[in-house]
Design a protein around this ligand. Structure first.
Ligand SMILES: *[C@@H]1O[C@H](CO)[C@@H](O)[C@H](O)[C@H]1NC(C)=O
Ligand SMILES: *[C@@H]1O[C@H](CO)[C@@H](O)[C@H](O)[C@H]1NC(C)=O
Length: 124
């Protein structure tokens, strides 16, 4: 019975992110890296292995991110930093697959994914 609580505790980081996600985006400037986490989860295997097909989940999450949090230049910049930080931590990332991700999903983003993208220049 008590074991469920123990399991949950080890996922505390994840739970905290999900709570943030559940909150409405209404408050401007409340952007956290948690909001890009679903993208990283869904796209993680693709950016490591590459391949011809991108998981639909991955594209859906990229699209959702674009349609929700990326509507202000400040949020675009913050999201850029989150995405880049995460990408730099992916072991053996396939930079070709990573860089072509938004294009392959058919989602227009204000920046090209790369490990060297300069997020601060997206401030207007
Ligand atoms: C961005 O979208 C959120 C949620 O839809 C909205 O509350 C906010 O006002 C929008 N911001 C801009 C700058 O359009
Ligand atoms: C990286 O991804 C590209 C595009 O999907 C693929 O063509 C290439 O074979 C992958 N490279 C490695 C080393 O997996």
């Amino acid at each position: 019975m008590g074991s469920a609580a123990v399991t949950k505790a080890s996922w505390l980081g994840v739970v905290a992110c999900m709570m943030a996600l559940g909150a409405p985006f209404a408050a401007m400037g409340e952007f956290t890296c948690c909001e890009v986490k679903p993208v990283l989860d869904a796209c993680g295997s693709y950016v490591k292995m590459g391949g011809d097909t991108i998981p639909l989940d991955c594209c859906m999450n990229v699209l959702t991110l674009r349609n929700t949090v990326m509507n202000s230049s400040e949020n675009q910049r913050l999201a850029c930093h989150c995405i880049q930080d995460a990408a730099l931590k992916v072991p053996h990332i396939n930079v070709t697959a990573y860089g072509s991700l938004p294009f392959k999903c058919g989602v227009n983003l204000p920046y090209q994914f790369s490990l060297t993208m300069r997020c601060d220049k997206y401030v207007t």
